[in-house]
Design a protein around this ligand. Sequence first.
Ligand code: HEM
Length: 308
Amino acid sequence: MQEFSLEAIGKMFLGTELNVMQGSDDGNTMIDLTIRMFQMGYLLLTTPPSKLESSPDFLELIDCQRTLLEISKKYFSLAAENEKQYGTLKGTILGKIIGRHGLDSPIPLLMATDALVGGIETTGNTATILLYHLASNPAQQEVLHKEIQELVGPSGHMTEQALEEMKYLKACQQESQRLLPVLEATARKTQVNMVLGGYEIPSGTHVIRHGLLVSTSKKFFKQADQFLPERWIRGCPEYQKVDPFANLPFGHGPRACIGQRFARLELQLLAWRIVSRYRLEYSGPAVAVNYTGIGAADRDVNIKFIPR
Ligand code: HEM
């Protein structure tokens, strides 16, 4: 799933095929280093700033980032070269960023690096969890299959309009991220004095919003521990008017995830393709998420793919 996510973001962002799913060495290195980098980042969250620079974890993190930047530079140059010869950046995000800032600005390369690194484990691990939820909830999987049959057909091609109408597909993706999000929290440094939950918080304080606690809380969701995509669909008896801040898997505001539209598209297309062709079965123990970096399934998720 991580290979799929890196390949997809490379194609959408850089207009370039990275051949990760064909086992490219650079792709594998990027995936391994990104996992390690987020693990180091997670460990360092609680390291006092004065101890940071001498910490071996910090040095390893910088090393990971350096190598990731080098690999990304290589594909960035390839994308720029392909653009000259074949115009491959037309319609890509990178094409737009270069159009705005110029090739000599550091912004396009850094944005491309952020996109490649930000789009591997997040979407890959979320995709694994989505397939797990579908495989372990056969009734919901069948409703999704029926929607696919009705709107796209067994061997049909997805269109923008069909995707627009696929309410159950989108609800499955949203519900899966509510139950097992790969990022449990987001952080901010406050810029004004404020009162939060009865506590006075001075300006300049680091605060953490623990999204997982909220999105799985009975206070905000009925049958909070159940995979119930219907809760997101108006007209279904299970539909619930939900507090808009109760489920924010991509964060919120000016620093919200820049890749959320890509990620949703990848997840929805993946689930559509797979469920239209296979019935998924999962009979192992319940999967939870381990948060020791970007959250990941706490075990191998062995899903049976039965051709339909
Ligand atoms: C299911 C997949 C994904 C999830 C769950 C996710 C989640 C998040 C979250 C929670 C944040 C922090 C938001 C905040 O603090 O308010 C974030 C930031 C970010 N994400 Fe994603 N993300 C996903 C996919 C992607 C993809 C595909 C990209 C590639 C374009 C990406 C690039 C980024 C970047 C660059 C930031 C930093 C934005 C900033 O600090 O201004 N993410 N993401």
